[in-house]
Design a protein around this ligand. Structure first.
Ligand code: GLN
Ligand code: ZN
Length: 776
């Protein structure tokens, strides 16, 4: 029996207790010097490699570590530093790297945070989502005259570092086609410049890096090309052929592994299989349905790395199912040409279950975080090679069976209720024009009504009180009294400055998803299940494990209390089902659409309870609806259909005179505007102030029929907008939106801002609305 090789594409870098986050933020505050931060990084790498080796992983990775982001690391490696950071050439240091990510210190908060592209300020590079994950990368910037030069030694340093520990690590690089594809041309003189023309200038640096790594003794080099899971145009395909023809030659004694992940290859399959490299990595989790086609066409001269352990979710691997796929691959390729791996980098999973002391034992038994996935990969490799531990296989089977049969997961009443949903459940009684009329009568709002998106500042005081209460140092009663007082002050202040539709302020909420997850049955929470979101920021997604029910009302007490404090219509605040789903780890034993509709029914009950309690206006936030879009356009419709239906099930059971709001904080609506209109919310509030109302275009062109509140105050910036600025924005909006349909509100919630910013900004906002009202 010959052994099967195991490896991973990358390991989480943040540390078991978010050590990297803590050190990085201390460094930013000036509390620890650069060498101290660097040594935290070094310790983490060592610890991570040792864990991989101890688990029995054959080939550990290096350069998967980063102080901020792996795409930004590539930018530094290639010396592609935008001119505004005044980098003088030579080696790109951590200072410059952090400046690109966060803006140069002396100009922070200046200008517009980068979107205007003007001036000499060192504003940060743009950040955007890494494929369909919640990880964000720093967008590379290109110009017609961009030149590349090897300018950083990180990848070589890490390779040597691993070597001193006796490990011949596999350096990981972002591939050239992915790097160019993910970047953006920012060249006012040549806005139409085709960034793929830079390939010829970029490849020599890759050749140099690869040759150097080979010289240093690297046996394998991993090159990530996840764009292979996207729709590629002819130009990108040509770039693949050109790139890998050259890089394969540069590799010398080293061998190249090209990795794709996050989706099927479809029309890119032949291109992928034809790349002239020694090994190819494939995501067999997302690509499960395509795996047979891949195997049938797999060339005779290459190694296949099969990513069979899910790098994107937290469920224990189903060994029998995985072995079935692996055995087919082994039969075709032989043990020598098959490696076992995780589908993608483990960057997208929490570090270890070992730290979880409070997680329910039954649920913990179903889970695997990064460290447990290492063990699974090794176990699968051994079982496949016939050297496995049968007891381990039996234990896995037993655990799968427990999960399958658990009454914690399966609730027949929920399944029956979902099966009984009819189209009438997601349909308002009357069409919008009639609803608009009765709502106007009932609410009695002025022209250009003012409101906010929901949250008010989560001050240090609010967070401290919550922390104290969680530790048990503050009683339920005292915490409740504290929150009530915060809410009371907030409502009174909104009345005082003349906000037409107040909110309660969301002081009782730690997070817009966690708050609801904690009150729903079918959700579990980890203590340390952090995943990097961007830079030092991490999120701890709740775990949706079972059929969803709402044991009791979740927000009714807060909203009715807030309503009792004012005569103005209080807007009740809920998070929508699609957003809750997209910001959670979700079940792998049923389609996402089913989980989403279960959430929809639970929140529908909350909506109806609010209505029953006399709440006249209910906002259902769908901040994350857009980010759930599949990677391939051909799958958008299916997603949007069930996402919109879920929202409609949640919202549309109310009477005509109950006003439904929704909120979305995106910057792009063009391609989904008809789905948004299908949601049929009475009012939608969106982000637009940063784009000077340009984002409204999609709504105008579509002749969006319902009411709309284009944000007039950019809450992402600490600057306080003036009356004139906001008047100007409202004026612009009222040129294209019927006056009676227009609301006045900020871009998003105010929880990250301080009261000293929020107070003058909202006073100005109310004043701007009044002025326009007077002039109308
Ligand atoms: N109601 C939420 C808040 O105001 C909405 C946040 C969001 O859209 N991200 O904080
Ligand atoms: Zn928002």
């Amino acid at each position: 029996m010959s052994k099967i090789r195991t490896h991973i594409l990358g390991y989480p870098r943040i540390g078991e207790q978010r050590e990297l986050k803590k050190a990085t933020e201390l460094h930013w505050k000036g509390e620890i010097p650069k060498p101290a931060l660097e040594s935290v990084g070094k310790e983490l790498r060592k610890h991570n490699w040792k864990k991989q080796a101890a688990a029995g992983i054959d080939l550990v990775s290096c350069n998967d570590f980063s102080f901020y982001d792996q795409v930004l690391d590539a930018t530094c490696l290639f010396g592609n530093v935008p001119a505004r950071f005044n980098w003088q050439g030579g080696k790109v240091g951590l200072e410059t790297l952090f400046a690109i990510a966060r803006g140069a210190r002396e100009t922070q908060g200046d200008c517009c945070g980068g979107s205007c592209g003007s001036g000499s300020a060192g504003f940060a590079s743009e950040m955007t989502k890494w494929f369909d994950t919640n990880y964000h990368y720093i967008v590379p910037e290109f110009k017609a005259d961009t030149a590349f030069k090897l300018s950083d030694s990180k990848v070589f340093d890490e390779f040597r570092e691993a070597k001193t520990l006796g490990l011949n690590a596999k350096p990981v690089l972002i591939g050239p086609v992915t790097y160019l594809s993910l970047g953006k041309v920012q060249d006012p003189a040549n806005p139409e410049f085709d960034r793929f023309e830079l390939l010829d200038r970029l490849l020599p640096v890759y050749e140099e890096v690869i040759a150097k790594l080979a010289d240093e003794g690297a046996e394998w080099i991993q090159i990530d090309e996840p764009v292979l899971a996207l729709d590629l145009d002819a130009r990108q395909k040509e770039c693949f052929i050109e790139s890998y023809g050259r890089l394969a030659k540069a590799a010398g004694s080293a061998k190249l592994l090209v990795a794709t992940y996050f989706g099927e290859l479809r029309d890119n399959l032949a291109l992928f299989l034809g790349l002239p490299v020694a090994a190819l990595h494939y995501d067999a989790v997302r690509g499960e349905a395509e795996a047979d086609a891949l195997l049938a066409a797999f060339p005779d001269d290459k190694i296949l790395s099969l990513g069979i352990v899910d790098g994107r979710n937290i469920w224990k691997n189903h060994f029998d199912a995985s072995l079935a796929v692996l055995k087919k691959a082994k039969a075709k390729l032989g043990a020598e040409r098959l490696w076992v791996s995780a589908s993608s980098s483990l960057l997208h999973t929490p570090v270890t279950l070992a730290s979880e002391k409070k997680l329910d034992a039954e649920i913990k038994d179903w889970l695997a975080f990064a460290d447990e996935k290492l063990v699974e990969i090794v176990a699968l490799g051994k079982l496949l090679a016939g050297e496995g531990d049968e007891a381990e296989l039996e234990a896995n089977r037993a655990s799968q069976k427990r999960r399958l049969e658990s009454t914690r997961i399966h609730n027949p009443a929920v399944k029956a209720r979902l099966a009984a949903v009819t189209p009438a459940d997601s349909q308002r009684a009357s069409a919008f024009p009639l609803r608009q009329r009765v709502q106007r009568e009932k609410l009695g709002l002025p022209l250009f009504p003012t409101t906010t998106i929901g949250s008010f500042p989560q001050t240090a005081e609010v967070r401290a009180a919550r922390a104290k209460w969680k530790k048990g140092a503050l009683s339920d009663q005292d915490y409740d009294a504290f929150l009530k007082e915060e809410t009371r002050k907030c409502v009174a202040w909104q009345d005082e400055i003349g906000i037409d539709m107040p909110v309660h302020g969301e002081f009782e909420r730690n997070d817009m998803v966690e708050y609801f997850g904690e009150q729903l049955d079918g959700y579990a929470f980890s203590q340390f299940g952090w995943v990097q979101s961007y830079g030092s920021r991490c999120v701890k997604p709740p775990i949706l494990f079972g059929d969803i029910t709402r044991p009791r009302p979740m927000t009714v007490e807060w909203i009715t209390y807030a309503q009792s404090l004012t005569n103005n219509p209080m807007k009740g605040m809920l998070t929508g089902p699609v957003t809750i789903l997209n910001w959670s780890f979700v079940r792998d034993d049923q389609p996402r659409s089913v989980s989403c509709k279960q959430l929809a029914l639970a929140i529908r009950d909350e909506v109806l309870d609010l209505e029953k309690a006399g709440v006249r206006v209910i906002q259902i936030d769908e901040a994350a609806l857009r980010e759930g879009l599949p990677l391939r356009k051909s799958q958008w419709k299916e997603y949007l259909d069930w996402a919109v239906e879920s929202f409609r099930i949640t919202a549309n059971g109310v009477k005509d005179d109950t006003q439904i709001h929704t909120h979305m904080c995106y910057s792009e609506f063009n391609d989904i505007i008809s789905a948004i209109a299908d949601m049929d919310a009475d009012v939608i509030t969106i982000e637009t102030s940063r784009s000077n109302m340009e984002l409204l275009e999609a709504f105008v062109e579509f002749k969006y029929p319902n009411e709309i509140g284009p944000g007039v105050y950019d809450i992402h910036s600490p600057r306080i907008p003036t009356v004139a600025q906001m008047e100007n924005l409202i004026q612009k909006a009222s040129d294209v939106i019927p006056e009676g349909n227009l609301w006045v509100n900020p871009d998003c919630g105010l929880k990250t801002r301080g009261w000293e910013e929020v107070r003058p900004a909202l006073i100005n906002m109310v004043e701007a609305a009044r002025k326009l009202r007077a002039a109308a």
